[in-house]
Design a protein around this ligand. Structure first.
Ligand code: ZN
Ligand code: ZN
Ligand code: FE
Length: 760
């Protein structure tokens, strides 16, 4: 019996080898009809017998191409048309519709095999790719994702590539960035005062420079990296000086997991993530006695490893194999400026950073940093969401009005919504300089055009001075759009709910712990236990507010925060404690006066500052050079076998710190080792968190706890708290798609505003 079926597939189904897959399945099952891309997905028309159609649908559901993400399959029985065969039709745009764009994809194993096969015509060609791999988002200027809409438009295909591009059974059928040595981009190596080298000589010169301990810039997918031999201490020191980055860890790159395992402990789940198409930088536990220099991630017990993800990286590591197996690959920028990605400013901005540049002539349209992640309880736990993940949308369990959410000040991301999708941007960065603001603006414009989104409302943080909020207010005014302001920790809570597909407005307990967020009472929040969901929240418990002398000054100087905490607890400053020693006697006197007279001492209930203060008192760090450094180094020292703690007490809604500091000081003065001090501080926070959850459950029968805020990047706190709550029967929501830190704030803003507008 001949039947006909019309199928609409939505999700990430373009640029991922979907039509060749459909074609092959149709031919295999003796089906006729056609397949074509539309601007909302892929449409398929099938004619054949019912077994064939069933087999086709089973394959579509159960074994779609590896990079595809199917959100929806709609089928409808139709009249069989007069088709003699199965064909792939031209794309048909549907006005007003939109389509997700695939993130960039690391080199696939088929292409890697060809890259290293001397008999292949793309042997050692640094831009080899196919329908399963290669650049996507970073080269896309517009949709539909066709070659003329990418930065590959400038490279006409040679006859051999064209033949592959046109053959439905070839693995490069309609692979938009397809290229070969005849027709595609070329590498180039440049050093000041010397003539540029191309092709193999460029690769040889780059490897030679690395062997000599030089620092070179390498153009990647979303921007330039600075690379050096990770075993070369001298090169590492030079890199730190030039980048003006004294201690923040450098990411490192290896050719395969076996190399990573020499230096780090790698679980099966971690191996899978390392080797996944996204290839994020994965934070891995250093192997005891590991042989990479401390200078890479000083004071930390982890290394940020990623595997080579472009053919150029594979060749570079291959060519360096004689002298090193690991390269530092850190973003090419100065301090906190955005990563360099435009060839026009590369020469000027890289001149003082790198001794040479390994570049190429395939332009990067959108800059994208490497993503950073961790594996927690066997699953991905994002820390920075960028290359390989953006611009994949987060799918919501409900529909929202098109809106723009501006995100937070640090680790900014923005997002735009449409239907049930939240298009969360790649990591934009810390909004504290003009360049970052500029890339925020460019990014918003690009996402609006790419996904055809015209926001009807703009959402931002309550903070009066956030650059992102100011920009949002200006945008709202300029476009005559309503503006909504959302409290920072409420946004964290809602982000965690949306991240976990929370469908209703049923309240949960939100342990929202971070460094800084503007509170509704004018103080700085950060140690907040909220009860609520999308439509609202109550601040149920919070850390006692203490003065933060000099505002940001105390963030950079945990010593000051430690002394402020002791002062607020009514405790003397032991003259030989590390924070007191870090200040001269005039500074101590001035600090005391400042505290007593409440001069520029905003109040904070921040969990981050509490950890900073404890770290400083333990002698770990009095002054930091990157965000969270003191707390991170303190965590790294914790003894996982210790279970003692200090008393944090509840006084109505406030978590009091006096007895905590008293007990901590007496341990400190008794000479208890820092590994125990650290564990006990962490255990105290876990204990009070669990007690509070129990209390709320007893009163309101709430069983679900969401963990959000930057403090939950602390693995000790995260794993112990999750385990303790789970043991007591709570269901715990962790971030899985967006970071727990401020990189997730825009998602929270969007769903809070979206929920409100939906229920007006
Ligand atoms: Zn490939
Ligand atoms: Zn070619
Ligand atoms: Fe935050």
């Amino acid at each position: 019996m001949k039947q006909a079926l019309q199928i609409k597939v939505r999700g990430i189904v373009q640029g991922v080898g979907f039509r060749p897959f459909v074609y092959a399945q149709a031919v295999r099952n003796n089906l006729r009809g056609w397949v074509r891309n539309t601007s909302s997905g892929v449409d398929i028309h099938l004619v054949g017998d019912s077994e064939g159609i069933d087999a086709f649908l089973t394959a579509l559901r159960q074994e779609p191409p590896p990079l595809a993400r199917i959100d929806e399959i709609l089928t409808e029985a139709v009249e069989p048309g007069p088709f003699r065969d199965f064909s792939i039709l031209e794309s048909q745009p549907v006005p007003g519709e939109f389509l997700p764009v695939s993130p960039d994809v690391s080199l696939c194993s088929d292409c890697q095999r060809e890259l290293l096969d001397p008999a292949n015509r793309r042997y050692r060609y640094p831009f080899i790719n196919c329908t399963n791999c290669g650049p996507r988002f970073t080269i896309t200027r517009a949709i539909p994702y066709d070659r003329p809409n990418t930065t590959m438009a400038a490279f006409p295909l040679c006859p051999a590539c064209q033949a592959e591009y046109d053959d439905p059974l070839n693995r490069r059928f309609h692979a938009q960035p397809i290229a070969c040595p005849e027709c595609g981009p070329q590498v180039r190596f440049e050093t000041a005062g010397q003539s540029a080298l191309d092709g193999e000589s460029a690769l040889a010169a780059a490897a030679a420079a690395l062997r000599q301990g030089k620092i070179i810039a390498v153009k990647g997918l979303g921007g330039y990296h600075l690379a050096c031999d990770a075993h070369n201490r001298e090169a590492l020191r030079t890199m730190r000086e030039r980048k003006r980055r004294s201690a923040k860890p450098f990411a490192v790159m290896a050719a395969n997991t076996a190399v990573v395992e020499k230096y780090c402990l790698v679980s099966e789940e971690e191996r899978l993530l390392l080797e996944s198409p996204a290839r994020p930088i994965l934070l891995l536990q250093k192997r005891p006695g590991e042989l990479l220099p401390d200078e890479i991630s000083p004071g930390q017990n982890t290394l940020g490893f990623m595997l080579a993800y472009t053919p150029l990286h594979v060749l570079l590591l291959n060519d360096c194999a004689g002298f090193t197996d690991v390269l530092v690959m850190t973003s090419a920028n100065l301090g906190e400026e955005p990563i360099v990605y435009r060839d026009e400013d590369a020469s000027a901005r890289l001149a003082d950073l790198a001794d040479g540049q390994l570049s190429h002539n395939r332009p990067i349209y959108m800059r994208t940093d490497d993503s950073v992640a961790r594996v927690i309880q066997g699953k991905l736990y994002p820390i920075r969401r960028a290359r390989g993940y953006a611009p994949d949308p987060v799918r919501l369990p409900f529909e929202v009005t098109p809106l723009l959410a501006a995100g937070a000040e640090l680790k900014n991301t923005f997002c735009l919504t449409r239907d049930r999708y939240v298009f969360l941007s790649h990591h934009i960065g810390d909004m504290e300089n003009y360049e970052t603001l500029q890339s925020y603006r460019e990014g918003v414009g690009h996402y609006k055009r790419l996904f055809h989104i015209d926001p009807e409302c703009i959402v931002c943080d309550l903070h009066p001075d956030y650059l992102a909020s100011r920009q949002a207010r200006a945008d709202a005014q300029e476009n005559g759009l309503p503006l909504m302001e959302v409290q920072h920790h409420h946004a964290h809570l809602a982000a965690c709910l949306a991240d976990n597909g929370w469908e209703t407005d049923q309240a949960v307990i939100g342990l929202t712990y971070d460094g800084t967020g503007y509170g509704t009472d004018g103080t700085i929040w950060g140690g907040e236990v909220l009860v609520g969901a999308y439509s609202g929240y109550q601040r149920r418990f919070h850390l006692e507010a203490v003065p933060q002398p000099g505002g940001d000054l105390s963030v950079r100087h945990p010593a000051r925060m430690a002394l402020a905490h002791l002062w607020a607890a009514g405790l003397d400053w032991p003259s030989d404690c590390a924070p007191a020693q870090a200040l001269c006697s005039e500074e101590r006197t001035a600090l005391r006066l400042q505290l007593e007279r409440r001069l520029n001492t905003p109040l904070t209930s921040s969990m981050g500052r509490l950890l900073d203060a404890a770290a400083a008192l333990a002698g770990v760090r009095q002054k930091i050079s990157y965000e969270g450094q003191a707390a991170i180094e303190f965590e790294a020292l914790a003894d996982w076998d210790e279970s003692g703690g200090y008393p944090l007490t509840l006084d109505h809604q406030i978590i009091r710190l006096n007895q905590f500091w008293q007990a901590y000081l007496s341990d400190l003065l008794a000479g208890v080792p820092v590994s125990i001090l650290s564990a006990r501080v962490h255990q105290s926070i876990i204990q009070i968190s669990v007690d509070i959850c129990e209390r709320i459950r007893a009163e309101e029968n709430i069983q679900t706890v969401a963990l959000s805020g930057g403090v939950w990047q602390n693995r000790y706190l995260l794993e112990h708290t999750t385990n303790a709550l789970t043991r007591r029967g709570f269901s715990v929501l962790l971030h899985r798609q967006v970071p727990a830190n401020d990189g997730g704030i825009s998602l929270g803003q969007a769903v809070i505003a979206g929920w409100k507008l939906k229920n007006l």
